[in-house]
Design a protein around this ligand. Structure first.
Ligand SMILES: [Zn+2]
Length: 86
């Protein structure tokens, strides 16, 4: 019982930390690839346009209402894309 509560608190904390990181990145002017980006946008134009439209349009969802998931999906996609480079 107790460990369940601990587990729950832990995953809530993880989500909070995650959200903090995501918001900080959103407010910053550096894309995860190292290029400069506009503040308030998630990625630089290069990364943004690499992401399939159906995935990147989900970045318009609000934080806490789907944005985090969309963000993670985009990162996964960009990581895969990066690996595919010769
Ligand atoms: Zn980028």
């Amino acid at each position: 019982m107790q460990s369940e509560a601990v587990q729950k608190a832990k995953s809530e904390l993880d989500a909070m930390v995650d959200r903090k990181t995501i918001v900080a990145e959103l407010r910053g002017d550096r894309c995860r690839c190292g290029s400069t980006k506009a503040r308030g946008q998630t990625f630089c134009r290069t990364c943004y346009f690499l992401i399939p439209p159906s995935t990147r349009k989900r970045l318009y969802e609000r934080i806490g209402e789907g944005y985090e998931g969309a963000y993670r999906e985009c990162c996964d996609y960009l990581d895969e894309k990066g690996k595919a480079k010769p």
